[in-house]
Design a protein around this ligand. Structure first.
Ligand code: NAD
Length: 512
């Protein structure tokens, strides 16, 4: 390690410990052996955190199941008050928790803070929702009857989350689950235990101010996939929201189905943009740059495939190459850094393998090399990379969690949409066009097949007001806004007879 890397490394550890202390994480949680908590900024181990044993996990799920018995009877607006207090704690802790996200994931500071803002936003949304868990009254075919829908708490909600949004994804689920009457048992990524512990400490503060939160309303399981499997297989867990790779979803989905538990699967993406002939190229360049390079390509909604109309290709692609060459890669804590490190060596190896496949497939690679001299030997900083591809083949068809953008030409919109939809994932998508027919076609039934489809903005950076999620190998789950809350509740259809006759539906007669 160089001297500057050593200095930087000491900085990471000290900063992390100071934040954890300010946020109220108990020292015992950070003691001794257990799971290593690392920072991709330097690749060093910050500390070890106590891991949850399978037996402890089972006890925690049991506590959550008991909490359900009382929490479900707390009026929903009162449950919302707990989430409102959590939002207050998050507002106070925004800078600290945002920096901790940066230290643990390597995303730049504004994105780290943005992640906490997203938590605040979903809490605010959930507080309003706590007075709006509406059912419908439905016209009935029988005289003197009323038919209606009511929504009831479902049960314990398990949340399994990925490293790249270590706390926001939990909050999309937890804020809704709490107001819906469900306790939450959280298994965060094994790569990000510190932000999870910090969030748990903020929950404790909110619970203390709230007063009578039942023990077990929020439980945390620190560990790897085995703990996730325990959560998935436990019959006391009514719904599991699992965010991560499609490979994880392939393992988790059938296990949940086997016990008829509800699944919310939020899996990998292979998101694309179409840049049409009429596109505003200035706007497209900015949007593409953020969507493809931001978070070092480690968002589920990262832009990975770019279809450029033949007539604008030679104007757009040279500009993109310039932007790529000038984007600052470096320590994510510095104000002028746009791209931080990859999460670990495995991510770097995966990126290099994909680039080798690109070359074998006849693609031209611009960038992608490792940048030495930042963060020391155990940190992985890379130049973002543009790959000009002859076809949509090989690695273009799958998600590689790194800042690789595959660029391809097209001539007809039909062809671009066909290629756009010809991959396994179905998360997010967009078109850059000023042609109303093209925009509407892209959003129509015969357009993008993704859960998110945008016009003149990139595929990443969704707001919490809309339902978030994707189709096909992205898993089909929806979280966050709109009516995603319904996945955390049980629907009952009620029919009430306030007359003296007993008419049967469909005119059936059964006179006794
Ligand atoms: P990952 O699949 O390696 O791990 C995600 C989580 O699943 C971790 O907590 C892990 O311990 C757990 N897990 C893994 N296998 C499991 C199993 N068999 N049973 C139970 N739990 C298991 O993903 P990652 O590398 O942390 O995150 C990156 C991936 O997540 C990317 O594919 C990205 O697209 C995806 N992601 C999707 C969304 C979305 O909303 N669609 C959001 C963020 C990330």
């Amino acid at each position: 390690m160089t001297e500057s890397a050593t200095l930087q490394s000491a900085g990471v550890r000290d900063e992390a410990f100071a934040i954890l202390a300010r946020l109220g994480v108990p020292e015992r949680a950070l003691a001794g052996a257990g799971l290593a908590a690392s920072s991709p900024i330097t690749g060093e181990v910050i500390t070890h955190v106590g891991a949850t044993s399978p037996a402890q996990a089972s006890v925690a799920i049991g506590r959550a199941a008991s909490a359900f018995n009382s929490w479900r009877s707390v009026p929903a607006p009162r449950r919302g008050e707990f989430v409102r207090l959590l939002a207050e704690e998050l507002r106070t802790a925004k800078d600290d928790l945002g920096l901790l996200v940066t230290l643990e994931t390597g995303k730049i500071l504004s994105e780290g803070r943005g992640e906490v803002q997203e938590m605040i936003d979903i809490c605010d949304f959930a507080v309003g929702l706590s007075r709006q868990l509406y059912g419908r009254t439905i016209a009935t075919e029988r005289a003197n009857h009323r038919m209606m829908e009511t929504w009831h708490p479902l049960g314990v909600c398990g949340v399994i989350s990925a490293f790249n949004f270590p706390v926001a994804v939990w909050s999309w689920n937890a804020a809704l689950a709490f107001v819906c009457g469900d306790p939450v048992v959280w298994k965060p990524s094994e790569k990000t235990p510190l932000t999870a512990l910090a969030t748990q400490a903020l929950l404790e503060r909110a619970a203390h101010r709230f007063g009578d939160v039942p023990a077990g309303l929020f439980e945390l399981l620190i560990g790897d996939r085995e703990l996730g499997e325990i959560l998935v297989d436990d019959r006391r867990v009514a719904v599991v929201s699992a965010t991560g790779s499609t490979a994880m979803g392939r393992a988790v989905g059938p296990r949940l189905a086997a016990r008829f538990a509800r699944a919310i699967l939020e899996l990998g993406g292979n998101n694309a943009a179409i840049v049409a002939r009429s596109a505003d190229l200035d706007l497209a360049v900015r949007a593409i740059a953020f969507a493809a390079m931001g978070t070092a390509g480690q968002r589920c909604t990262t832009l990975r495939r770019l279809f450029v109309h033949d007539s604008v290709y030679d104007r757009l692609v040279p500009r993109l190459k310039q932007v790529y060459a000038s984007a600052k890669v470096g320590d994510p804590r510095l104000a002028d850094t746009l791209i931080g490190p990859l999460i670990d060596a495995r991510a770097f190896d995966g990126m290099q393998r994909a680039l080798a496949e690109v070359r074998d497939a006849g693609g031209v690679v611009h960038g992608g090399n490792r940048i030495d001299g930042i963060g020391g030997d155990r940190a992985f900083y890379v130049c973002p990379v543009l790959c000009e591809m002859p076809d949509q083949v090989g690695p273009v068809l799958r998600e590689t969690f790194a800042p690789i953008l595959y660029v391809m030409r097209y001539r007809e919109l039909d062809e671009a949409i066909r290629l756009h939809n010809a991959v396994g994932a179905g998360l997010s998508s967009c078109i850059f066009t000023l042609d109303m027919r093209e925009a509407e076609r892209f959003l129509s039934t015969t357009g993008s097949d993704c859960g998110i489809a945008n016009v003149n903005i990139g595929p990443s950076g969704a707001e919490i007001g809309g339902a978030f999620g994707g189709e096909k190998e992205t898993g089909g789950g929806r979280e966050a806004g709109s009516d995603a809350w319904k996945a955390y509740m049980r629907r009952a259809t009620n029919t009430i007879n306030f007359g003296t006759e007993l008419p049967l539906a469909q005119g059936v007669r059964f006179d006794v």
